[in-house]
Design a protein around this ligand. Structure first.
Ligand code: SF4
Length: 639
């Protein structure tokens, strides 16, 4: 084990214990299982059955249903019977918060129960209590007393269990001792896991969800390391970014968090939580999982990425890689966005609208949006109009030689060719390097003292992200501080896969503090496929707009550059008493100008206030026809 996974350079899945959920095997190298959760009222048997069937037919291998009280838990039997009668044997999971009674009923009916250790026994009062060690131990005894009966029932009935920690609903006890941290999340699950192990019950899966992919990834890594140290083995892991939202942003956020872990072989089952109908989560899960189905095979005959001897950063906490400043890149600058126009036939003023610059002919002025690209790459093309002041041009070296203005136009060199050319910019030179090329290390040595170089880093290796990460670690180990632009190319043949690819590849690195800029590339002809795919979540009018929006959304989701309002909306479930999708759309329409503000839209008062974690404002369903508004954690009013 290399810190938290089998290998940081070679694709290998983490070995976990095998768990049986009905007839479904999970963990221990079984395929990564796909799951979702219904949004219907659990007391509405037929609606829940119909929705479960839609999910199963879309490909869900597990279906979770909320059981907030005894009544819903009991009705799971009717739902299960109806599904079985119609020939669907997919295991069902009861989702439990706060109510041990409901859990104990459900565990006798369905194949798996999910408990949230933050609220299974504890009522959350958001109180800061200073527990002495003796008081803390007493609390654990209290939990043991309340939790053990459920463990015994699960053992007797062969029911599996997920101990599902949520960043936003840690107990007051955990918050008081560990704070709102990845460490607190891990300890929260470990307390319950130790109790279950004492009863020799091992049919357990764990999760560490957060709406912030950075916290989520750190918590899973820490959990793997903690289990390995304490038990010498790991229980299977259910991955998810909670309250990811909807549309493009929800998919990007999920792909970043889940993808970052799958890249390192971590994860036995996934759920993509979207504020959309649950069956729409399944294709996103499939797109994510299929990236890794062939990874081992695809990398088998490639040159091995050199092993990592020393990891120069902590994978359990965020720190940005130290870099020097070159123009508006590196050091404390937010990551820049590069728009790739190499394949554009021509470039006119109105083409720049797709990357955030709208030209007003009457005033001869540019309107610049918060999501405006910082650089445009033109390849060997020239631009024959005056550019907005905040946009600079990157072009190939030969074109740059004839450029009219060498402060706005900057050269791009391909790898070692940088060393052969005498003519260079005095302030800024982009050097494109393939981390997988044989001369990559040599280039490093040559540019190490050049304070005008910005690396545009990519990799031709099939295990791409780890190959780029390995190169950046080498920069860190050798104290080479030039800024690094993450250049990611997608060869996927549809826009859905491209979105997942960009998010997982670039997002994983930004989460670890690597990257001073983003440069996404694709084949623009693939946009056609998106228009016939039948999905409506992407309102992209052109490939350049798609790429530009995706770049800014990846930076937003990794919290490295904030350019828009952030929405934290739960996927809704049987507890929700209003139309969450419609309400989210309405709130978005009137607040989407509030750059940097985090707005939570949560379906229920029981879970919502806790789970909206670090939102600035909250809109929470608190009863039939009732909504409670929050400012941070402070309740403002009920309407
Ligand atoms: S916050 Fe949303 S998904 Fe979570 S329990 Fe409440 S209604 Fe269900």
């Amino acid at each position: 084990m290399q810190l938290y996974c089998p290998s940081l350079t070679q694709y290998k899945r983490l070995k976990t214990l095998e768990v049986k959920i009905g007839d479904l095997l999970l963990g221990n190298f079984n395929p990564i299982r796909i799951q979702t959760m219904t949004t219907t009222n659990t007391m509405d048997t037929m609606a829940t059955v119909e929705q479960s069937i839609r999910c199963i037919e879309a490909g869900a291998e597990l279906v979770r249903i909320t059981a907030p009280s005894k009544n819903e838990a009991e009705n799971l039997l009717n739902i299960k019977n109806e599904l079985r009668k119609r020939g669907y044997t997919t295991p069902l999971v009861a989702d439990i918060h706060f109510t041990p009674n409901a859990a104990e009923i459900a565990a006798r009916i369905v194949e798996k129960v999910r408990v949230n250790p933050g609220n299974y026994v504890d009522k959350k009062k958001f109180e800061q209590i200073d527990y002495t060690d003796a008081e803390y131990a007493e609390e654990i005894d209290r939990i043991r007393e309340r939790f053990t009966p459920l463990v015994k029932i699960c053992k007797e009935y062969g029911t599996a269990m997920r101990i599902g920690t949520n960043h936003g609903s840690l107990s007051d006890r955990i918050m008081s001792r560990y704070g709102d941290t990845a460490n607190g999340m891990v300890e929260s699950a470990m307390e319950f896991l130790r109790i279950a192990r004492n009863e020799s019950y091992h049919n357990i899966i764990l999760s560490m969800k957060s709406s912030n992919p950075q916290v989520m990834v750190q918590a899973y890594r820490l959990l793997v390391q903690t289990m390995d140290k304490e038990f010498g083995n790991c229980y299977p892991l259910h991955l998810g970014v909670t309250e990811a939202g909807d549309g493009e942003d929800g998919r990007i956020k999920s792909a970043i968090g889940i993808g970052a872990l799958l890249e390192d072989g971590i994860g036995d089952t996934i759920r993509v939580s979207l504020t959309e109908d649950p069956e729409f989560e399944i294709p996103v899960c499939k797109d994510l999982v299929k990236r890794y189905n062939e990874r081992e095979k695809k990398t088998a005959d490639q040159t091995a990425i050199p092993a990592i001897e020393k990891i120069p950063y902590s994978p359990f906490s965020y720190a940005r890689r130290e870099s020097f400043e070159v123009s508006n890149m590196g050091k404390k600058h937010v990551p820049v966005v590069i728009a790739d126009f190499m394949q554009a036939a021509t470039i006119g003023r109105h083409d720049l609208q797709a990357i955030g610059y709208t030209y007003n002919e009457a005033t001869d002025k540019w309107n610049i949006s918060d999501g405006a690209a910082d650089y445009i790459y033109t390849g060997n093309k020239k631009i024959d109009f005056a550019l907005p002041g905040t946009l600079k041009v990157i072009c190939d070296y030969e074109t740059w030689m004839d450029a009219p203005d060498k402060t706005t136009w900057l050269p791009l060199y391909q790898g070692a060719s940088y060393l052969l050319h005498n003519e260079r910019s005095a302030v800024l030179n982009f050097v494109s390097v393939d981390a997988n090329s044989s001369d990559a290390s040599e280039i490093l040595q040559k540019i190490r003292k050049d304070d005008t170089v910005v690396l545009c880093l990519w990799s031709s290796h099939a295990h791409t992200m780890p190959s780029v990460r390995r190169y950046i670690m080498e920069l860190m180990n050798q104290n080479i501080k030039c800024p690094v632009i993450l250049a990611v190319e997608s060869h996927d043949d549809n826009i859905d896969d491209q979105l997942i690819h960009f998010s997982a590849e670039a997002g994983a690195l930004f989460l670890d503090g690597m990257g001073d800029g983003i440069w996404l590339m694709n084949d623009p002809s693939k946009l056609v496929n998106a228009q016939v795919s039948g999905r409506t979540y992407l309102e992209t009018k052109s490939n350049h707009q798609f790429i530009n929006n995706t770049s800014f959304s990846i930076l937003q989701a990794t919290r490295t550059r904030i350019s828009k309002t952030e929405y934290i909306s739960c996927p809704s479930c049987g507890r929700t008493l209003f139309d969450l999708q419609e309400t989210t759309a309405k709130i978005r329409a009137v607040t989407n100008h509030l750059k940097g503000v985090k707005i939570a839209i949560m379906g229920c008062i029981v879970n919502g206030p806790g789970e909206m974690a670090d939102a600035d404002f909250g809109y929470v369903g608190s009863g039939p026809g009732k909504i409670t508004l929050y400012k941070g954690k402070e309740m403002l009013t009920v309407i």
